[in-house]
Design a protein around this ligand. Structure first.
Ligand code: PMP
Length: 457
């Protein structure tokens, strides 16, 4: 076993091109790379036997926690009964049809159909194509631009990487591409004019959006995409009044709304969907992660009934839609999705995200809210972040070269808890499995407080 473990480290270093990784540092063996072996509940264990409490649920995705027999069994049964059949030309499997029904039963009222993909990125690629198709059917070929927010995260494809508003995902790849535009992030803590109230800042975001629409020409703007809670861009819940102010502008200019619920779908905010939580009325909803709790890769674009009617008209005029993936609605992934959604209901995880999430965020605030270098403690449901600052009074940020966020995440890992140093700013993010208990929440909070103290005093 020891030999094998050594082999794995060498094979990893020499052959595995990892996503979102400093390639040179990894190849030189400078990263504390881990080979993960097992998972149980909120814990993972590596090949060296070190156990960590995963307070980020992988990448905000293992919502039901690790080691769920019910999902593993459903995957095994599907693999032996029917490992694959495609979904083209109206074909379905028991698992994919059942899952489509379960998703629409849980989605906001106006939604009626789901198109399956495999990742959040490809689901957003589908959304972009559906938006363009929609406006072509309606005879509006100029109405094609899509507005996203700076700090939004919508994927790593060419168009979805363009929607993403983070420099690390764009600069080295000549992104963003046309016709993608960006507007102000709803990041109240980082607002320029600190005298603004949350409502004033929301109105300011809506005014900036409207100014962009008018400058570009409303007849050229097709859609606006946003995560109910900004995720990878810093874990930022919207300031009060944000979504109603934004939606008023979108309605005025006949612009579609895409709610990217890859993180927030299926319970993370203590409601089944973030759209319901914040009163959003989207035309499209992106889902992935929590749909299967990452037991198998699966995503979806949920389409509203009114948009669906236009898409149907398109196929009556042009024939079958020329957009499909081999693995759309893959039965093994769909079976994982069915078992996962059943488990979420059986265990009452949406309610637990609300109650234990509130306990966790309150404890985080009590432990760290007054620390001289903690500028903000924020979150909603079972997602939270702390943002570190050099000076609280004038909200001065640390120089990025000091890598304060990564140092705190590393100190936490040493103490047995995985949190994420978010990619832009000194922000520590938390998105634990929705099955978190109060005891586990208390462990995360005390380890975080310890680590902040160890790094910043
Ligand atoms: N949208 C959001 C809001 C996300 O958080 C992510 C992934 N973090 C994606 C889209 C892309 O999903 P994937 O990595 O599965 O392509």
């Amino acid at each position: 076993m020891t030999d094998r473990r050594n082999d794995l480290t060498a094979w990893d270093r020499d052959h595995f091109f990892h996503p979102s990784t400093h390639m040179g540092a990894h190849a030189r063996g400078e990263l504390p790379a881990r080979t993960i072996a097992t998972g149980e509940g909120v814990y993972i264990t590596d090949t060296q036997g070190k156990r960590s409490l995963d307070a980020f649920a992988g990448l905000y995705c293992v919502n039901v926690g690790y080691g769920r027999r019910q999902i593993a069994d459903a995957i095994a049964a599907q693999a032996s009964n029917l490992a694959y059949y495609h979904a083209y030309a109206g074909h379905g499997t028991e698992a994919s049809v059942t899952l489509a029904k379960m998703i629409i039963d849980r989605a906001p009222k106006s939604m009626s159909r789901v198109y399956f993909g495999l990742s959040g990125s490809d689901a957003n690629e589908t959304n972009i194509k559906l938006i363009w198709y929609y406006n072509n059917v309606l005879g509006r070929p100029e109405k094609k631009k899509i507005i996203s927010r700076w700090r939004g995260y919508h994927g790593s494809g060419i168009m979805t990487g363009s929607l993403t508003g983070l420099e690390a995902f764009q600069k080295a790849f000549d992104l963003p591409r046309s016709p993608i535009l960006h507007t102000q992030a709803p990041y109240y803590f980082r607002r320029e004019d600190r005298s603004m109230s949350e409502e004033q800042f929301s109105a300011d975001c809506a005014e900036k959006l409207e100014a962009l629409i008018l400058a570009e020409g409303p007849d050229t703007i097709a859609a606006f995409i946003g995560e109910p809670v900004l995720g990878t861009g810093g874990i930022v819940p919207p300031p009060s009044g944000y979504w109603s102010a934004i939606q008023a502008v979108l309605r005025k200019y006949d612009i579609l709304l895409v709610a990217d619920e890859v993180i927030t779908g299926f319970g993370r905010l203590g409601t089944m969907f973030g759209s319901d939580h914040y009163g959003m009325e989207p035309d499209l909803i992106t889902i992935a992660k929590g749909l299967t709790s990452a037991y198998a890769p699966l995503s979806g674009s949920i389409v509203s009934e009114s948009m669906w009617q236009v898409l149907v008209q398109g196929s009556d005029e042009m024939g079958p839609i020329g957009h499909g993936w081999t693995y759309s609605a893959h039965p093994i992934c769909a079976a994982a999705g069915v078992a996962n959604l059943e488990l979420i209901d059986e265990l009452g995880l949406v309610g637990n995200a609300r109650t234990t999430g509130a306990y966790f965020r309150k404890a985080l605030k009590e432990a760290l809210g007054d620390h001289a270098h903690v500028g903000d403690v924020r979150g909603d449901g079972m997602i939270a972040a702390i943002e570190l600052v050099e000076d609280r009074d004038d909200r001065r940020f640390f120089d990025a070269s000091r890598k304060v966020g990564p140092a705190i995440a590393a100190a936490m890992l040493e103490r047995g808890v995985i949190a994420r140093a978010m990619p832009q700013g000194d922000i520590i993010g938390f998105a634990p499995p929705l099955c978190l208990t109060e005891d586990e929440a208390a462990t995360i909070v005390s380890v975080t407080a310890d680590a902040v103290k160890a790094v910043l005093g």
